[in-house]
Design a protein around this ligand. Structure first.
Ligand SMILES: C[S@@+](CC[C@H](N)C(=O)[O-])C[C@H]1O[C@@H](n2cnc3c(N)ncnc32)[C@H](O)[C@@H]1O
Length: 337
């Protein structure tokens, strides 16, 4: 069987307001909410392809705009908060090792630099960093920062232009002590394969740290529809009508959320409101490059889903850390092999 995705023309919304991206990017367990059905192998391939198109071209300025959008929403720098939380955990875990430690940062970039900077001085010369990143430019920018700190390419660190599912093609099984993924895992609809390759590349006793943004906004077309209704753009009425028709809005409501879940969703909506303003301003100034865009319908999900998948993969859960006092939006999870 092929794949069926309800037909919806996103182009007008994407031109005027925001890149939605195909719903094939949402968590796989929510495909049915979006009317997506089909052969699993094809669904997996299509969702991976969707992410590849978004990230291969990713520009360095993209992350700056993300930070700007967060500030625009009135929050502190979330991307930096999850990098710092990861760096702190890595620095602590280093104390479990006496010799050289191999660390791979999956979805590398500023996070890798933060991880290095966060190490104790006497640990800095006993790490080997692998920067795995689909965007060559982003990987190279991080490499330049490591060079400035005196690290030598191919001795102290290595850059691989690629994605997590390709790890087995680049690295020996059980060759790493620590895998970090900072805001990377949500670029998958299915988590089982990325978690499996991460598990396999870790030696026994190795650690997997993911720090990510968690919410349930994109699980449901109704939530997306209610969010879109907040904005104005030319052709809004027609777009919303088509959205209603394609995703059967009004037929069945998504389950109600508890206060904590609603809070994470409100925070992510606030981020996207900020993003829409930042994007609009940059466009008006003629500064916005299509490569700077990020897409709405991604694989974010409540953190419990990551925990379930970690355990299914064979990890022992070694830490659940809520990065902000008052919300479960940003969570750092550690699994031990
Ligand atoms: C939100 S950015 C975070 C980058 C970096 N970790 C940081 O904190 O600065 C997510 C990164 O994941 C990368 N990415 C997306 N899909 C990936 C995949 N399947 N495997 C590895 N990296 C991926 C993107 O190219 C992007 O650089």
């Amino acid at each position: 069987m092929g794949v069926y995705i309800p037909k919806f023309d996103r182009s007008n919304i994407e031109k005027h307001l925001i890149m939605l991206g195909s719903p094939i990017g949402v968590p796989s367990y929510a495909f049915s909410n979006w009317g997506i059905i089909g052969d699993e192998l094809n669904l997996r391939a299509m969702s991976e392809q969707r992410y590849e198109s978004e990230w291969k071209a990713g520009s360095p300025r993209q992350m700056q705009y993300v930070s700007d959008a967060i500030k625009e929403a009135g929050y502190t720098d979330f991307p930096d908060m999850i990098r710092n939380a990861t760096a702190k955990k890595v620095s602590e875990l280093m104390q479990n090792y006496i010799s050289r430690v191999n660390i791979i940062d999956v979805g590398a970039g500023l996070s890798t630099v933060k991880i290095f900077d966060g190490l104790k001085e006497n640990d800095k010369d006993r790490v080997h960093l692998t920067l795995l990143e689909p965007s060559q430019e982003r990987g190279e920018n991080a490499a330049k920062e490591l060079d400035k700190r005196g690290l030598k390419r191919d001795k102290n660190y290595r850059v691989i232009v690629g994605k997590d599912l390709e790890i087995p093609g680049y690295l020996e099984p059980e060759s790493q002590n620590i895998v970090t993924a900072v805001a990377t895992i949500h670029h998958h609809a299915y988590l089982d394969m990325p978690f499996r390759v991460i598990y396999d590349v870790l030696g026994k006793g190795g650690y997997f740290i993911t720090a990510d943004w968690h919410n349930s906004m994109w699980e449901s077309p109704h939530r997306v529809y209610d969010f879109l209704k907040e904005f104005d753009w030319p052709g809004k009425e027609k777009d919303l009508k088509n959205f209603e028709k394609a995703y059967l809005i009004g037929k069945e409501k998504p389950p109600l959320l508890n206060d904590a879940e609603e809070k994470t969703n409100e925070m992510i909506r606030a981020f996207w409101r900020g993003w829409i303003k930042v994007r609009k301003r940059a466009k008006e100034k003629g500064e916005f490059d299509p490569r700077d865009d990020i897409w709405l319908l991604e694989g974010h999900r409540p953190h419990e889903r990551y925990i379930d998948e970690m355990i299914r993969t064979g990890f022992r859960l070694d830490g659940v850390y809520q990065i902000m006092d008052d919300s479960k939006l940003l969570m750092r999870l550690t699994g031990k092999k």
